[in-house]
Ligand binder design. Structure first.
Ligand SMILES: [Fe+2]
Ligand SMILES: [Fe+2]
Length: 170
């Protein structure tokens, strides 16, 4: 593996590590914050996923270490998930479910890129990216199932048209 590729992979692993921690932070907060009639199931799913995303962060940290990189500290972590922030207006299940699907979709794209970059040069990093990709696809699937149900209800109530359904885009 060239030095250039090693640095690129470390960079992608660090970005993924940061995103996993941010995801864990937001899932933790929503696993407590969420209100509403059907909130309990989603809160439990999010609480369970906090542990999974933290486990992902640990695996990424170990891979960064093996490749000779530095696992970032808190001051070096990026924050990007504007779509999962608690606010007065956005406290509903719909908002959270859409936000979770967006977070998972973003992780999926990142792990696809990481797997592609590592292919042929770093099988262990590629293997890790593929394993995490499968987990995130499962998370996305679980939450798009719920999103579909929410949006079908919105359509039935005349608050949304078939074309506006977000679940169709994932
Ligand atoms: Fe993850
Ligand atoms: Fe996930």
């Amino acid at each position: 593996m060239t030095q250039e590729l090693r640095e690129k992979l470390i960079d992608l692993l660090q970005t993924a590590y940061s995103a996993e921690l941010e995801t864990a932070e937001n899932y933790l907060s929503w696993s407590v914050n969420l209100d509403g009639l059907h909130a309990q199931t989603i809160k439990e799913m999010l609480a369970k996923d906090v542990q999974v995303e933290l486990a992902h962060a640990r695996l990424l940290a170990e891979r960064i270490y093996v490749l000779g990189g530095v696992v970032p500290g808190s001051m070096q972590l990026n924050k990007n998930q504007r779509y999962l922030q608690p606010s007065q207006e956005q406290s509903g299940i719909d908002y959270v479910v859409r936000g979770v699907v967006t977070a998972e979709e973003s992780a999926i794209q990142h792990y696809r890129l990481l797997a592609e970059m590592a292919e042929g040069a770093d099988p262990a990093t590629q293997d890790l990216a593929v394993r995490l990709l499968a987990d995130e696809e499962m998370h996305r699937r679980e939450f798009t199932g719920i999103l579909r149900e929410i949006e079908d209800r919105e359509v039935a109530a005349g608050r949304m048209s078939e074309e506006e359904k977000h679940c169709l885009t994932y």
